[in-house]
Design a protein around this ligand. Sequence first.
Ligand SMILES: Nc1ncnc2c1ncn2[C@@H]1O[C@H](COP(=O)(O)OP(=O)(O)OP(=O)(O)O)[C@@H](O)[C@H]1O
Ligand SMILES: [Mg+2]
Length: 300
Amino acid sequence: MKNTISVRGLRKRYGDVQAVDGVSFEVPEGEFFGILGPNGAGKTTTLEIVEGLREADEGRVELLGLEPWPRNAKLLPRIGVQLQATSFFERLTAREQLRTFGSLYGVSARKADEMLETVGLAEKADVRVEMLSGGQAQRLSIACALVHDPELVFLDEPTAALDPQARRNLWDVLRAINTGGRTIVLTTHYMDEAELLCDRVAIMDRGRILKLGPPAALVRGLDAPTRISVASGVLAAEDARGLAGVDEVSDDGVSLVVETRDPSSVVAALSAKDALDGVQIRGATLEDVFLDLTGREYRA
Ligand SMILES: Nc1ncnc2c1ncn2[C@@H]1O[C@H](COP(=O)(O)OP(=O)(O)OP(=O)(O)O)[C@@H](O)[C@H]1O
Ligand SMILES: [Mg+2]
């Protein structure tokens, strides 16, 4: 399959900060690709270079077979970009904003209005952009990125300010676009979102890609235990420790949690002791992979 994006040996320094430090990846046509990483990992800088908004110090980028830098006007109608920091034409209403954006690419007013509907902003059509809430402004900026039906869409933390309903709505919109054959690249801090949407994710930290692969493969690669929790009191911790297949047991007075690599034996044993009240079974998630790679300490 053709690569929509090909990035080789990308580097970018701002003063003392090596924001991007040797990044390479490929995104095949039609893929839903995610970039994850802590604050300051270099995600936005990487995206902006790939989008042609910033010049790299080193490395090569190919976008739809073309070089995005210096700014390539041929690429503009073919890509959609939603920036992390939203900016609009001043003093326009939401509808005017989107129609103006659309008209730059020959999109009809009707199509622009439909997109306003798609992101759930029809009610706010006549509201000036300055008066939109944070999440509404974000939806409008997503609509601007999608209005001309680009082949390739870049979204930098598109769901950061959205309420749960709007997030789910956007997931549906993005999935439909992707199913229609469009390539999507998104950054997010929501691991559930990445796990749900992305075919592959790159986990970045300190300007480098630490791991890249399908979320499920990364999770399996972690070889983490399954956690089975039941209500405290249904079984004593000592008794739980004696069950076959149990690695670790803890009890905080609310839940008794058993870690195991043999969940079926443990569940069968708990069931035999009639000790499955409030049972929850949790395997490793992408969040565990993320924390395993990037550490648990909090950084600036
Ligand atoms: N315009 C700039 N000038 C100087 N330093 C910058 C600039 N933009 C980013 N940086 C620095 O480069 C590093 C990478 O920033 P970047 O915005 O790419 O991170 P990010 O992964 O997008 O983070 P976040 O999750 O917070 O959006 C950070 O240390 C940041 O302080
Ligand atoms: Mg960013």
